[in-house]
Design a protein around this ligand. Structure first.
Ligand SMILES: NC(=O)c1ccc[n+]([C@@H]2O[C@H](COP(=O)([O-])OP(=O)(O)OC[C@H]3O[C@@H](n4cnc5c(N)ncnc54)[C@H](OP(=O)(O)O)[C@@H]3O)[C@@H](O)[C@H]2O)c1
Length: 280
C-alpha cells in the first residue's frame, strides 16, 4: 500500500513532493507506459533531461495518465553543449516542444562543466526563462559549493535545488550541510545506487528485516529522513509502488548511522567528480 507523499517548500515558494520518480532509460512506448503507471500509482514529481532523449516519452506518459498537469511537477535539464545564453534559451524552448508542455515546473543546469566556464551564462538564461513563464523554479545538478557561490555572487539568485549523486555509499555530508546553510533543497540522483551491490548489503538487509521492509524502502526512507528528495527509477509498476511505501515507518538515529557508515570517500559509482567531469 502506498501512502500520500509529504510536500516540501522550496526557497522560491514552489511546493514539491518529498519523493519523485526518475526516468533515465525509460523511452518509447514502454517508457511512456512506465511513466503513466508511476503517475497513476501516486508519483507527482517526474525527472527527465534533454540528454535522456525522453522528454517526449514523459509528455506522452503524462497525457496517458489520469492526473491533471497542474498537479504534477516536471523537471528537465539543460545539456552542457547549450550553456551559451542564446543556445540555452533555444534548448529550453526545444525541451518544451518535445514534451508538448507549456511550462516546466523545474529546470536545471545538468552539469557545471567548469572547464568550459559558461554555467553563469546558462544560469542567466534560466533566470530569464523563469521571468517569461517557461519555467516555474530554477535549479542545478552536480554543482559544488564553489559553483553555487558564483551563481549567487554574479546574478544575485541562488538555485532552489541541487540534484547530486547521493546514496548510502556516498552520503554527501558536507554538500548537504552547505545546502542547508544556503536554503537550497538537496535532491538525490541514483538514490538506490542503481542497485549495484546494494540489494544484498548485509547492514541494510538487517535494518530492513527489523522493520519488515525491503532494502529499497529502507534506503529511500533514509533519504527522506536526511531531508533529500530521492527520485528512484523503476520500469516495473510493482517496484514503483514498493518504492512509494516509505511513509509508514521511521528509522531510529542508530539505524540512520548504521547506513551512514557505508559511505566511502570514493563512493561515487562512476567517479563523476563535478570539478573534473564534463557532460555535453
Ligand atoms: N542529474 C544527474 O546528473 C543524474 C544522473 C543520474 C540519474 N539522474 C536521475 O536520477 C534518477 C534515478 O537514478 P538512476 O536511474 O540512475 O538509479 P536508481 O534510481 O538508483 O536505480 C534504478 C535501478 O534500480 C532498480 N530498482 C528500482 N527500484 C527497485 C526495487 N524496489 N527493487 C529492486 N530494484 C529496483 C531499477 O530496475 P527496474 O527499472 O527494473 O525496476 C533500476 O535498474 C534517474 O532515472 C534520473 O532521472 C540524474
Amino acid at each position: 500500500m502506498s501512502q500520500s507523499i509529504p510536500e516540501i517548500q522550496l526557497n522560491d515558494g514552489l511546493t514539491i513532493p518529498a519523493l519523485g520518480f526518475g526516468t533515465y532509460r525509460l523511452n518509447g512506448n514502454r517508457g511512456a507506459s512506465a511513466i503513466q503507471s508511476a503517475i497513476d500509482s501516486g508519483y507527482r514529481l517526474i525527472d527527465t533531461a534533454y540528454n535522456y532523449e525522453n522528454e517526449a516519452t514523459v509528455g506522452e506518459g503524462i497525457r496517458r495518465s489520469s492526473v491533471p498537469r497542474s498537479e504534477l511537477r516536471i523537471t528537465s535539464k539543460l545539456p552542457g553543449r547549450y550553456h551559451e545564453y542564446d543556445k540555452a534559451v533555444t534548448a529550453i524552448q526545444e525541451s518544451l516542444f518535445r514534451a508538448q508542455l507549456d511550462y516546466y515546473d523545474l529546470y536545471f543546469i545538468h552539469w557545471p562543466n567548469p572547464k568550459e566556464d559558461l554555467y553563469v551564462e546558462a544560469w542567466q538564461a534560466l533566470i530569464d526563462a523563469q521571468k517569461w513563464g517557461l519555467i516555474r523554479s530554477i535549479g542545478v545538478c552536480n554543482f559544488l559549493p564553489e559553483h553555487l557561490d558564483r551563481l549567487e555572487k554574479e546574478t544575485g539568485i541562488k538555485p532552489s535545488m541541487n540534484q547530486v549523486e547521493l546514496h548510502p555509499f556516498f552520503n554527501q555530508e558536507e554538500q548537504r550541510a552547505y545546502h542547508q546553510e544556503k536554503q537550497i533543497q538537496t535532491q538525490s540522483w541514483s538514490p538506490l545506487a542503481r542497485v549495484q551491490n546494494i540489494l544484498d548489503n548485509e547492514v541494510i538487509q538487517s535494518v530492513a528485516d527489523h522493520y519488515d521492509k525491503t532494502v529499497s524502502q529502507v534506503i529511500l526512507r533514509w533519504h527522506y529522513q536526511l531531508g533529500s528528495v530521492a527520485i528512484p527509477k523503476s520500469s516495473s509498476s510493482h517496484r514503483q509502488k514498493e518504492n512509494l511505501s516509505i511513509f509508514d515507518f521511521s528509522l531510529t538515529e542508530e539505524d540512520m548511522n548504521r547506513i551512514h557508515q557505508l559511505t566511502q570517500p570514493d563512493g561515487r559509482m562512476n567517479d563523476q567528480d563535478p570539478a573534473e567531469y564534463q557532460e555535453f
